[in-house]
Write a protein that binds this ligand. Structure first.
Ligand SMILES: NC(=O)c1ccc[n+]([C@@H]2O[C@H](COP(=O)([O-])OP(=O)(O)OC[C@H]3O[C@@H](n4cnc5c(N)ncnc54)[C@H](OP(=O)(O)O)[C@@H]3O)[C@@H](O)[C@H]2O)c1
Length: 105
């Protein structure tokens, strides 16, 4: 089954590598990072190799809750649902369960 995968911080590095590999597996991918021009460039590059129906993108600063909600809503509007959400963009914090982390963290 073709899954929809949202990857934060996917314009370069590990996130972009994940995006390319999920696309190779036949998944639909939502690209994201803080700057829309960088997102648009990566979507353009990946569309050329995987098709416009498989990859879309939207800017999202993960430190802003409203951006995260907008990214979720965008992914659902584009592809119907989110099957996999990868919190790739991030910083180092003390390890603890996600349910014990504050929204600010
Ligand atoms: N590389 C390693 O050896 C390593 C080791 C351990 C853990 N990690 C973790 O793995 C993840 C990816 O690492 P990487 O080396 O691939 O990083 P990277 O090459 O620096 O790429 C970071 C990505 O995140 C985006 N980004 C930065 N700040 C963001 C924000 N506030 N909101 C949304 N997107 C943001 C960047 O684009 P913009 O700047 O344009 O937004 C870029 O697309 C990070 O969470 C990192 O802490 C990496």
């Amino acid at each position: 089954m073709s899954k929809t995968v949202v990857i934060t911080g996917s314009t370069r590095g590990i996130g972009r590598g994940l995006a390319e590999n999920f696309l190779k597996q036949g998944c639909r991918v939502v690209i994201s990072a803080t700057r829309q021009p960088a997102v648009d460039q990566v979507v353009s590059d990946l569309t050329a190799s995987h098709g416009a129906e498989k990859v879309v993108g939207k800017a999202c600063d993960i430190s802003r809750h409203e951006d995260l909600q907008a990214l979720w809503d965008f992914a659902c509007a584009q592809f119907g649902a989110v099957d996999i959400w990868i919190n790739n963009a991030g910083i180092s914090l003390p390890r603890k369960p996600v349910t014990e982390q504050s929204a600010e963290e």
